[in-house]
Design a protein around this ligand. Sequence first.
Ligand SMILES: CC(C)(COP(=O)(O)OP(=O)(O)OC[C@H]1O[C@@H](n2cnc3c(N)ncnc32)[C@H](O)[C@@H]1OP(=O)(O)O)[C@@H](O)C(=O)NCCC(=O)NCCS
Length: 162
Amino acid sequence: MELATLGTDDWYIAREVRLRALKDSPSAYISEYEDEVGVGEEGWRERFTRMQWIVARHQARVIGLASSVRVDSRPPYERHIESVWVDPRHRRTGVLRAIFGHLSVVEPGITEWRVWVLDTNAVAQRVYDRLGFSPTGEWQPLADGSGRLEIRLRFDAPPRSG
Ligand SMILES: CC(C)(COP(=O)(O)OP(=O)(O)OC[C@H]1O[C@@H](n2cnc3c(N)ncnc32)[C@H](O)[C@@H]1OP(=O)(O)O)[C@@H](O)C(=O)NCCC(=O)NCCS
């Protein structure tokens, strides 16, 4: 497996994998395929200004994705993880763990990681627990009237020197 941080000119790769994720795992995300299929080059390049996009590849094919998002209103040492997805054929083989490891190397100054997970996504909750995340106690209902909640998790990374 290879890990890479995409550059802005790789926007089309992030878009293709993100759309694959939305089709494959619609219940894991708030956003729907139909919401994002219309986002083109300009929209994707804008996403790259405030997000890092990490991919995992197996034999040149992208099998995992995550983004690390800097939120203006939040401290500079904090990032939100979004768009987390691993190809079903490669799940439970350490792909997401490797992506997080890569993120901690490319963002050494980040000591607080945050993620929102749906209360209905029991697998992701177990996975984040295994990766060392714990609930912050914050939650919010989705605006879609489905009754689902988003639960916030955090992971505190020790500061890295050098
Ligand atoms: C959540 C998801 C990204 C996990 O990716 P993954 O590459 O399979 O995860 P990893 O193999 O790196 O596993 C990380 C840890 O979680 C555990 N784990 C993985 N899948 C699990 C499952 N289905 N049940 C219980 N534990 C699981 C692994 O055993 C591992 O722990 P360990 O190293 O202590 O043994 C993947 O299941 C996925 O894409 N799901 C659909 C999309 C989704 O829910 N995204 C998250 C949105 S918030």
